[in-house]
Design a protein around this ligand. Structure first.
Ligand SMILES: CC(C)(COP(=O)(O)OP(=O)(O)OC[C@H]1O[C@@H](n2cnc3c(N)ncnc32)[C@H](O)[C@@H]1OP(=O)(O)O)[C@@H](O)C(=O)NCCC(=O)NCCS
Length: 179
């Protein structure tokens, strides 16, 4: 049986240059590989707009970063309308299941909306993302690469009517296809 999530006090702030090494370490530990850390390194500071947030816990020895979330721009359909894509999101494995990932998702989505980007996509776990308002993108005629990805491809519409004019393929930055 799964233990219920116990939220621990955290604060969330924008990532700073001094955070990069710790963020790399968390991405690598959470995913068990370096691909996601390298992806963030390729995108960070090169794409615009971007949203990069870290979650910190208050430790005796000082604040410690325990989570990171990143959003980058995508282009949609023939008209190449701008939207955002969530990913990656990672929480230090020793701190998971304490609502840190949820807080990062919620705060990140708020930030995207505040920046004027109320359409956000994610390619990810079907059990995790619907709780933040994500719904199947295929229901709106939106897809990533091909139908194979449809069960894991979601869109969050953060303002009523924001999806008007969006249809077709959602193109991520070419950095997502590099290894
Ligand atoms: C996914 C992740 C960011 C969630 O962070 P977290 O702080 O543990 O999440 P929360 O405590 O807010 O929520 C926990 C919930 O996430 C679910 N969850 C965690 N990992 C999951 C996964 N791989 N697939 C589906 N659900 C997952 C848990 O089952 C739990 O569900 P419940 O609330 O119904 O019990 C974290 O587990 C992580 O870093 N995982 C490895 C990297 C990863 O897979 N990133 C997402 C890529 S799409």
């Amino acid at each position: 049986m799964t233990e219920p999530n116990q939220a621990i006090p955290i604060r969330v702030r924008p990532e700073e240059p001094g955070d990069h090494d710790r963020v790399r370490a968390i991405e690598t530990a959470a995913f068990g590989q370096e691909a996601e850390a390298r992806l963030v390194d390729r995108l960070r500071g090169r794409v615009s707009p971007e949203v990069s947030l870290v979650a910190l816990t208050a430790e005796e020895a000082g604040d410690e970063i325990v989570g990171h979330i990143y959003f980058s721009p995508v282009r949609v359909g023939a008209s190449r309308k701008l939207a955002m894509a969530l990913g990656p999101v990672a929480v230090d494995p020793v701190c998971q299941k304490q609502s840190i990932g949820s807080e990062l998702c919620r705060r990140g989505l708020e930030e995207c909306r505040a920046l004027g980007h109320p359409v956000v996509f994610v390619l990810g776990h079907p059990e995790y993302y619907p709780r933040f308002g994500f719904e199947p993108a295929s229901a709106h005629g939106l897809y990533y690469k091909n139908e194979h990805f449809a069960p894991a491809f979601f869109v969050a519409v953060l303002e009523a009517g924001a999806l008007a004019g969006y249809s077709g393929e959602v193109e991520y930055d070419p950095a997502f296809d590099e290894t």
